[in-house]
Design a protein around this ligand. Sequence first.
Ligand SMILES: Cc1cc2nc3c(=O)[nH]c(=O)nc-3n(C[C@H](O)[C@H](O)[C@H](O)COP(=O)(O)OP(=O)(O)OC[C@H]3O[C@@H](n4cnc5c(N)ncnc54)[C@H](O)[C@@H]3O)c2cc1C
Length: 446
Amino acid sequence: MSSALETLRRDFGGNIIEPGGAQYESARRSVLASGSPAYVLRPKSVGDVQAGVRFAASAGLLLSVRGGGHGFPGFGTNDGGVVIDLSKLANVEIIDKERHLVRTGGGATWGQVAAALAPHGLAISSGDTKSVGVGGLTLTGGIGWKVRKYGLALDNVVAAEVVTASGRVVHASAEENPELFWATRGGGGNFGIVTVFEFVAHPTTDVFYGKIAFPASEAASVLQGWADYLRSAPEELTSVADFANPFAGGPEAPVEIYVAFDGDDPDLAAQAIDPIRRLGTVIDDDVALKPYADTLVDGVTPPPGILFATRSAFVDKESVSEVLQILAEVGASERSPFIAVRSVSGAVSRVPHDATAYAHRQAELMFVTTTAGPEQVVEAARPALEAIWRRLTPHVNGAYANFLASATEEDVAAIYPTETYRRLAAVKRQYDPGNLFARNHNVRPQ
Ligand SMILES: Cc1cc2nc3c(=O)[nH]c(=O)nc-3n(C[C@H](O)[C@H](O)[C@H](O)COP(=O)(O)OP(=O)(O)OC[C@H]3O[C@@H](n4cnc5c(N)ncnc54)[C@H](O)[C@@H]3O)c2cc1C
């Protein structure tokens, strides 16, 4: 260990933060979890990442990788191990103006990306929050405000630079190491640390964005009408339905349909959005033209000790009606979690199912239930949550790794169907045979 540490101190040009050090209190936490790692390493270069990986491997320490730090299971920290915090690798650069090729550091956040691309009239469909990391979100999906038109964030990745478990730098693209490229788009942080992502960005104008709210009593019919309409709506329209929000009255909370229309033509936007306004009694409507970068909200860091029981699943076309009926009933009950339903069809479903390791291309919807609060509150809510999920399970499938706070074998099987898992395990054997990168929804080499 001491020679491993000496080598680290010699080779590492970034910050090494240890217990008792000035920055340790904040560095030990990721956004949603706390830990007590022995070392938090903040690399400033790819060489530093290589040194950090070699150190964790040779010292035999548990390794966490932190991008934007928003992961629900708290994999971005640990107790007694090493955290490689990529926040200083956050450069965003347009490398080919004609092809709209963008290179981002593995620790950039989506707010940094949106701000850097806005002056060039470009955007990458990512998520809804500025402080969420490019790394975590992209490596297992990325459902953003342009998902129906441009697909998942990972569908727009064209290359990645990866530091693997041996500390080697490997390039992954359709031409170079294509199996690693396949695995990196869906397989999470299982194969190494992505120090650079290359994306194809898309030209963007200002967009029509905002929420249209309906009374809770109309939830069932609004949700059914919304899902029906999205089947024929232009793909410029992406939409999310939020309800049973505990901060807005729980079962009394309005159903908020968020819309993002990718374009600045008011007539086309109205044609796309008006059918949603006609779904019920509109009690609030703040849809307005705004820069794409302004559709992303600031993230909130909850105080220490707040737990998130976040769980997700996908819904295929034939089950949409049944599932929305159940969710509307759940939302009307006192014990409801917060529920968000996202449309994920369009461009997502046109990518061949085996082109990336994201395995849920056929789904029309993805929904998330969240209960958050102090540990006792969350634990007390678990039996009711489990009962809700027992009702839903026969009608839903899979799980979206980015909205999943637990990491049981069942969870991993829900994220990766058998064929996907087998192929990922083969890639894992090649690039991380000792399972150094295990703090994730883990694909085991054996
Ligand atoms: C407020 C909030 C809003 C969200 N909104 C959306 C949304 O709109 N759409 C959506 O799809 N998801 C959304 N998510 C879910 C989000 O995609 C996941 O929480 C994701 O894991 C966050 O990534 P991160 O880099 O910030 O987190 P981290 O905790 O830093 O990373 C999670 C894990 O990803 C891996 N990882 C991260 N970066 C790298 C890297 N460069 N190389 C290798 N491995 C890496 C590591 O295993 C790490 O432990 C949201 C989450 C929150 C909390």
